[in-house]
Design a protein around this ligand. Structure first.
Ligand SMILES: [Ca+2]
Length: 321
């Protein structure tokens, strides 16, 4: 009996220590095209500070030279300036974006950066595929969660370059993409349709989609930017928010929802669809087909879940260092 108790205690201890392991995360983002990417990155840092996540790398699908410096500035702001950053080469949406350029370039009267960062020219940052490969190679088999909140460009190239590495290392891909169960072509999909089609069809791990309708149903409030981020005089994410559109405005929480599910899947913030397959048509519409053997699902948000989930997004995104 005593030995049973010891065994039981050891098993419980073991279960607890497994549960406490931080989730190894790679964040793949088109930072600069909308402000939810910046809030999602802030959330990952908050979850890492809580011991729930470990940010392995950030890879970027917006081909603009201020994207990597801005990411670097946010990582450095949270005390993690050594996180590898990879950028897409010959990628989509190179156009200028004040939400990343203004904070990345903001200077003090003495000429120093308000948000210090080591990467000053994103064009000189390493290629995203190489960064993805080395981040994955360093991890245990079946452990890594990838949060993809932009186009599928980088992950499609990774899948072509090293499908075996993806198969052995990735546990889950959580993507803000598409519209479910059906809807109009969604921006992240229609911007690189061939890449999305390849990833949604061939990616070996399960994929959970946060569709357009999920983030659209919960708006991040301008009031949170104005009040919850004021624990520090200069906050790079609040700065990005103020430079994305004239304040005050509320903005859908698209990329935050994919991030929250990726790191806290079992907390009833969302419900899950039945399994199935996801195809992409020539206009960039996602088409979900139920299939008991399928490995793709999409998030569902009920009215009961909405208020608590939105509050969690606000608190995590604005959490002090
Ligand atoms: Ca995005």
């Amino acid at each position: 009996m005593a030995s049973c108790r010891v065994l039981l205690a050891a098993a419980l201890l073991c279960a607890c220590s497994v549960a406490a392991q931080p989730v190894p995360v790679i964040f793949d983002t088109d930072i600069g095209n909308d402000v939810d990417d910046a809030l999602a990155l802030a959330m990952i840092h908050a979850l890492e500070s809580r011991g729930e996540a470990k940010l392995l790398a950030v890879t970027i699908t917006k081909d603009n030279k201020y994207a990597a410096p801005f990411i670097d500035a946010v990582d450095t702001f949270y005390g993690r300036g050594d996180i590898p950053i990879g950028v897409v080469k010959n990628g989509k949406t190179p156009e200028d974006s004040p939400m990343i350029r203004v904070p990345a370039e903001r200077r003090n009267p003495d000429g120093s950066y308000v948000y210090p960062h080591r990467l000053t020219d994103g064009a000189k940052a390493p290629d995203a595929v190489g960064v993805l490969r080395s981040a994955l190679a360093s991890q245990k088999d079946g452990s890594v969660v990838i949060v993809m909140v932009g186009f599928s460009t980088n992950l499609a190239r990774l899948l072509t370059a090293d499908p075996d590495l993806v198969k052995s290392k990735v546990r889950l891909l959580c993507a803000m993409a598409g519209a479910f169960p059906h809807g109009n072509p969604e921006y992240n999909v229609k911007t690189d349709i061939p890449a999305a089609r390849q990833v949604f069809r061939d990616w070996p791990s399960p994929i959970v989609f946060s569709g357009f309708e999920i983030g659209q149903a919960m708006l991040f409030p301008a009031a949170s930017i104005e009040h919850d981020f004021s624990w520090v005089t200069n906050h790079p994410v609040a700065d990005a928010y103020r430079n994305y559109m004239p304040m005050p405005y509320d903005r859908p929480t698209w990329d935050l929802t994919a991030t929250l599910y990726a790191i806290r899947p079992g907390r009833d913030y969302f419900s899950l669809s039945e399994p199935g397959n996801v195809d992409v048509d020539d206009q960039g519409r996602t088409m979900f087909t139920p299939d008991p053997k399928g490995t793709r699902r999409y998030l569902i948000l009920t009215d009961r879940q909405k208020a608590r989930t939105l509050e969690t997004l606000e608190l995590l995104a604005s959490q002090p260092r």
